[in-house]
Design a protein around this ligand. Structure first.
Ligand code: KIV
Ligand code: ZN
Length: 538
């Protein structure tokens, strides 16, 4: 531990004057402990590095006493991070606190987060402690932690259901014992914005030494109010917010980091506060978490959901094309999303269709546009979403619903440790048949290689995405592929209950469009032998 590091409250005073709200990320502790979100050590380290790059001020890396693995993960993160304060959770118990101290030994800056319940319900039924015992236990815990790290945070668990006068007593004692951050968690997601604001204002007025410490909020989302409550706490003077990426956490989750950060950025003048987060990394960090845990965010999730910057209604699209401020309060680029998506479907209008066609390189005159628009509307009535490849076909006067010339006759894949193999048998409308097998890093790669060999069209994969379109055991998955072919980018979509089949159909849809739009391309496919499997190759 580097004891030259300045005490936390000196830093706090300067920062508070500048309206800086510290972001305390607990994705790897409160978030990771929720069912379905556990991560192994490698995943945790990866996430911790992404959170440091995002610019979180404090990263709660875990609960070292919970398990040897948790201890090792906290120690590894503490050793690795260079600028972020690394924090370990501990109950007010000697074993927990010493364990946290050891796990954080190599941190550039360390914090032990000691917590103890304070509400009457918890005192009586969980702790079986009197008020005085709670105060004494908190003081002993903070004092012990103070000698083992750079800074100590004290949390009064279930603070929002604690008598405010008693909370003042506990917090005042914790400050005297050496705590520099006081956290008042809404452990069960029970409070409301007005109520939490009142509590924070009261605490700041009455806690002895309030001017030397940072007040922190930690809100759960049981009533869907975690973000609103956290912001209300900031409005009442909280200068640390505890939150998680994608709002993951116990039960309904914690306040979502990306929502707090963007609310403070977009409404900075209202809150007179901001954070140090590099907001352009919000979306990539959210994506990383979904990849590491396998848990996707809802499509309509604020800031990072697929629809957060997508518009389908004709009225909205028209407004957006005139001035983006009409229907967007922030730019997708500010949160790390490439661009606004005008989703073309049955609600879309002519202006949006023309804008998209122009992006795709087509500038039809008004007469041609009449025909394209009419055919677009007919297609949109049948399909949920009209994709770029459909629009290109419409613009070229081709039938977007045309299939072939290639179709899949048979598809087999085998997955094994370290890779996969696939074999496909294809039939062409002109009577040719082709069969190929290939090896790949996984089934998707192997299928693509086999289709490439069978059709003779090289497909360089640039993007691949699978998403569930419905729920349940027979859920449909949609595969989207983007490939480079002959210096051009091509997209393909297909849906199936089997995602490998959906991938194969999407790849074949691309090959078919290449052949339909550039007829010469189909003249000499690589294999014209009837269903004779060639040797597999990687
Ligand atoms: O919700 C809660 O009270 C907690 C504490 C450990 C801070 O997570
Ligand atoms: Zn919590």
């Amino acid at each position: 531990m580097n004891r030259e590091t300045p005490p936390q409250h000196d830093v706090a005073a300067a920062d508070d004057a500048a309206g800086h709200v510290r972001i305390f990320d607990t994705t790897l502790r409160d978030g990771e402990q929720a069912p379905g979100f556990s991560m192994d050590r490698r995943a945790k380290l990866r996430m911790a590095q992404a959170l440091e790059a995002l610019g979180v001020d404090v990263l709660e890396a875990g609960f070292p006493q919970a398990s040897p693995d948790d201890f090792a993960a906290v120690a590894e993160i503490a050793r690795t991070l260079k600028t972020t304060t690394v924090c370990g959770l501990a109950r007010c118990q000697r074993g927990d606190i010493e364990s946290a101290g050891r796990a954080l030994e190599e941190a550039h800056r360390s914090r032990i987060h000691v917590f103890l319940s304070t509400s009457p319900l918890h005192r009586e039924h969980k702790l079986r402690m009197s008020k005085q015992q709670v105060i004494d236990t908190a003081v002993t815990g903070v004092e012990l932690a103070r000698g083992l790290c750079h800074e100590v945070e004290f949390s009064a668990e279930d603070a929002l259901r604690t008598e405010p006068e008693f909370l003042v007593e506990v917090f005042s004692a914790a400050v005297a014992a050496g705590a520099t951050t006081l956290n008042a968690p809404d452990t069960v997601g029970y409070t409301t914005p007005a109520e939490i604001a009142e509590l924070f204002a009261y605490l700041r007025r009455h806690v002895a030494g309030a001017d030397k410490v940072v007040f922190s909020s930690h809100c759960h989302d049981d009533l869907g109010l975690a973000v609103a409550n956290s912001l209300a706490a900031v409005g009442a003077g909280a200068r640390q917010v505890e939150c998680t990426i994608n709002g993951i956490g116990e039960r309904a989750g914690n306040a979502a980091l990306e929502e707090i950060v963007m609310a403070l950025k977009v409404r900075g003048a209202y809150f007179n506060a901001d954070t140090r987060i590099d907001t352009r990394k919000l979306y990539p960090t959210s994506r990383l978490l979904t990849q590491l845990t396998g848990q996707a965010v809802p499509r309509n999730k604020a800031i990072v959901g697929e629809n957060a910057f997508a518009h389908e209604s004709g009225i909205h699209q028209h407004g957006m094309l005139k001035h983006r401020g009409t229907y967007e309060i922030m730019r997708p680029q500010d949160v790390g999303i490439g661009e606004t998506r005008l989703v073309l479907g049955k609600h879309s209008g002519r202006a949006a269709l023309r804008a998209r066609l122009e992006t795709l390189g087509h500038t039809p005159d008004e007469t041609a546009m009449d025909g394209i628009f009419a055919r677009f509307k007919a297609l949109a009535d049948k399909k949920r979403e009209v994709h770029d490849e459909d629009l290109e076909a419409l613009a070229l006067g081709l039938d977007p619903e045309a299939t072939g010339p290639w179709r899949i006759v048979q598809l087999t894949t085998n997955t094994h440790l370290g890779g996969a193999s696939a074999s496909v048998a294809l039939a062409h409308a002109d009577g040719r048949e082709a069969a190929e097998a290939a090896l790949g890093d996984g089934p998707v790669d192997a299928v693509l290689r086999a289709i490439e060999r069978a059709t003779g069209h090289p497909l360089e994969l640039t993007d691949f995405n699978v998403r569930a379109m419905s729920a349940g055991g027979d859920a449909q998955g949609q595969a989207r592929l983007a490939v480079q072919h002959d210096g051009r980018s091509w997209n393909g979509h297909a849906a199936s209950t089997d995602i490998v089949e959906a991938t194969a159909q999407a790849a074949l849809a691309i090959v078919n469009r290449i052949e339909r739009q550039t007829p010469a391309a189909g003249a000499s496919p690589r294999d014209t032998q009837p269903f004779e499997t060639q040797g597999a190759s990687a």
